[in-house]
Write a new protein. Structure first.
Length: 222
C-alpha cells in the first residue's frame, strides 16, 4: 500500500502569505481598486487568475486578467529574488523525516509554476519532491479538488492514502474533497482561516507524528 505526503507551498513551506497580501494590494491599487488584507483573506489558497477574475467581475474592471497577472507576477518574482527569509521552522526537518521513511512527496500550490520553482530552487528543496503541480495547470483551482487529484495521479498513489499539509481554508477544502487526510497548519500570517474541518490542526511542525499518520504503511516505506 503506497502512501504520499503533499505540501501546499505559500504559508506552509515559506511564510509568504504576507508578501502575497502586499503584492496583491499594490497590484489592485495600480489598476484602480482599493482593497485590504481582510478582504483578500477569502482568496488565500486560490489561483491568481481566479482571484483577479473575481475582482474584474465584481468591480467591473476594464483591464484584462492577463494584464493584471503580468504586473503582479513581475513584482512577486522581483521580491523573491531579493527575499531574505528562511523556510518555516521545522519544515525541512519534516521533509527529511518523510524522506527517511521513503514516503514520496509533492508540492501542490496555487502559485504559478515559475514562482513554485523559484522558491524550491532558492531554498534547495527540489530534491525532496517527485513532482510539483500548479493550480493554474488544472481545470479548477482550490477549493476544487483538481490539483490534489492530479498530484496523486502523478505520484501513482490512491488519494485516500495521501496526507496534505495546508494553511488555508480553500486548500483544506480541496484536500478533503479529494478524499485525502489534511493537516491544517494554523499560520497566524495566513489571515483568518477556518481549518476546523482538517483531520489534525497544528501550530508547529514538531506536533506532527508521522509514524501515527502512516501506521498502515508498507515496511519498505518506513
Amino acid at each position: 500500500m503506497k502512501h504520499a505526503f503533499i505540501f501546499d507551498m505559500d504559508g506552509v513551506i515559506i511564510d509568504s502569505e504576507p508578501i502575497h497580501f502586499d503584492v496583491d494590494i499594490k497590484t489592485l491599487g495600480y489598476f484602480g481598486v482599493e482593497t485590504t488584507e481582510e478582504e483578500l483573506e477569502r482568496f488565500v489558497g486560490m489561483t491568481n487568475p481566479e482571484m483577479l477574475g473575481i475582482f474584474k467581475r465584481e468591480r467591473n474592471l476594464p483591464h484584462s486578467v492577463e494584464e493584471m497577472i503580468e504586473y503582479q507576477l513581475d513584482m512577486k518574482m522581483n521580491i523573491l529574488q531579493n527575499l531574505d527569509i528562511e523556510p518555516i521552522e521545522g519544515i525541512r526537518e519534516l521533509m527529511e523525516q518523510l524522506d527517511e521513511m521513503n514516503i514520496p512527496m509533492a508540492v501542490a500550490s496555487s502559485s504559478p509554476r515559475i514562482f513554485i520553482e523559484g522558491v524550491l530552487a532558492k531554498f534547495g528543496l527540489n530534491h525532496f519532491f517527485q513532482t510539483t503541480v500548479s493550480g493554474e495547470e488544472v481545470p479548477k483551482g482550490k477549493p476544487a479538488p483538481d490539483i490534489y487529484l492530479e498530484t496523486a495521479k502523478q505520484l501513482g498513489v490512491d488519494p485516500q492514502h495521501c496526507v496534505v499539509l495546508e494553511d488555508s481554508r480553500n486548500g483544506m477544502l480541496a484536500a478533503k474533497k479529494a478524499g485525502m487526510r489534511c493537516i491544517g497548519y494554523l499560520n497566524p500570517n495566513s489571515g483568518n482561516q477556518n481549518l476546523a474541518e482538517a483531520d489534525i490542526q497544528v501550530r508547529s511542525y514538531d506536533e506532527i507524528r508521522l509514524r501515527d499518520l502512516f501506521e498502515d504503511a508498507a515496511p519498505e516505506e518506513i
